[in-house]
Design a protein around this ligand. Sequence first.
Ligand SMILES: Cn1cc(Nc2nc(NC3CCCCC3)c3c(C#N)c[nH]c3n2)cn1
Length: 254
Amino acid sequence: NETITIKGKQFFILKIIGRGGSSKVYQVLDHKKQLFAVKYVDLEEADAQTVESYKNEIQHLNHLQLYSDQIIKLYDYEITNSYIYMLMECGNLDLNTWLRNRKTVNPLDRKFYWRNMLEAVHTIHNHGIIHSDLKPANFVIVNGSLKLIDFGIANRLQPDVTSIMKDSQICKKGDVWSLGCILYCMTYGKTPFQSITNQIAKLHAIIDTSHPIEFPDISEKDLLDVLKSCLVRNPRERISLKELLDHPYLHHSP
Ligand SMILES: Cn1cc(Nc2nc(NC3CCCCC3)c3c(C#N)c[nH]c3n2)cn1
């Protein structure tokens, strides 16, 4: 069956893991039967800005390999005018699928995965990257720990150059909100505004500081405090990533 050749090495396609607009992710084997993920991007229809955004994402992914184990391993890549191949480590499952398949998350997994997510996002923030679209599908489980697979740079609708560069500390707080939503989901089995089905009403609730987010009582008081601190609507008052890394939830058992 089908093979992919990257930098002269041949890989055998086992299955397609996912597909996006012009990208596909395959699970492949090399000649030593080692498992990898290959991301393929079709550049035929891509405009110069899109190609640039993909090259930017790859440069950052390549560089950040050195700084954290919670960033997916990029072993090699091949860029031509018509396609991109990225050879990466393969996760067993992405966090979105994992969360969908289970009703409850055990407190130890949740705490461990939270630590992994914080470390990954702290790493990209330290290099001036703000994801601004963090969701469970951006993380994969590799040998029991979570790894970030993309930085939200590729194919983002580029902020038009007129957008005034906001204070980056404030923008980083957007990623804290997103992480809080993921942790909320791992705690209560639903996202903070999931019960509001009308999209407009949901949007109003999200931005309405007088609309209270429900935090049903739980035994882990440290976890409850993390959730309430992340899901503060005013970014200035919201907890920072640095403070999250020092929070008792990460350091006190249970
Ligand atoms: C469902 N599932 C996922 C895996 N593992 C996996 N999925 C990856 N992307 C998936 C593409 C579809 C959406 C969810 C992420 C990548 C990846 C990139 N990009 C680099 N390594 C990976 N490993 C095994 N089953």
